[in-house]
Design a binder for this molecule. Sequence first.
Ligand code: SF4
Length: 345
Amino acid sequence: MPKILPVFIPFSGCKSKCVYCNQNIISGQKIDNLKNDVLKQIEFHFNICSDWDEISYFGGSFSCLSESTRNLLYNIAKEKGFKTLRFSTRPDCLKDEMIDEFKKNYVKTIELGVQSLSDEVLVKNNRPYSASTTIEWIDKLHTAGFNVVAQIMVGMYGENWDDFKFTVDTIAEKKVNGVRIYPTVVLNNTMLKNLYDSKEFIPLGYEDVFSRLIYAFVKFSAKGIEILRIGLQDSESLKKDIAAGLYYPAFGDMVKTLIIICYIKQFGKLSVREEDIKKLPNYKGILKKYFSDRIFSVKNEKIFSISRICRSLESGLSENNRGQLEREVVSFAKEVWGKTYDRQT
Ligand code: SF4
């Protein structure tokens, strides 16, 4: 994974506000003067570290910006010495003629805000385009030689299990280069907060969120797709402005630990090399405390890899047992881990 210098351009280019989104809270940034604010963020990061591989423009819809603003941002990246660039954008404002522009300006990776591949869910969340647009652009960007990262959400307004499963299965088949997975939280000053207050939106509970995360992680990882992040980046301001929904700074570690427990429950034991035992995901020591008698050190075992664990689990999860194993494991872990930051009502 390259070292990416993150520049946030909250809501820049966004044609409309998605119901769940408040990029000012998520990024902790506000844009008054785009050029100055971008330069300030770059300077801030260069003061921490001078060695960055890539610059990223996140938090807005890059390809929906005007051509002159896109050029301004490309030029800043070049002046600061960056040879590769990535940005996040909404699929519905990509255009064929932009492909050459992206290539000329060192764009290597495009992070597509997929969120869901259900047309109904997209519309309900104020993303007025169809899922076929997203699929079409994943294919076009791949063909043009860009890396594609898909950002998806869990438990969106109006989303059910089948919608989520379809989204995950389709993206996994597309073999994107990476995914970011965001469980839905209700942020202050969003339309979702109004829907929550009027009880039209009830966030998913612990078992549902983690069962879906396990399913998605296993599917993606089994296909060799890197999971770049689970959950929003932690910050004090974020925690202060989450009105409802499940949020943990360590979602990634928790999910990987749950996957190891699923594997042990499914196959009775886990064999790893002695030197890999301490590298196992082990959130809050749950493996050591409850499963050490089922983890065996074997000399000639292959190097531990979560992808291999996921490949072994893939066909068994959710299809054969209809989510029962994940739910049992999640319920057990919930008791052990407690309910820190669990604001579920
Ligand atoms: S989710 Fe993306 S497209 Fe929607 S409002 Fe937020 S930044 Fe804009």
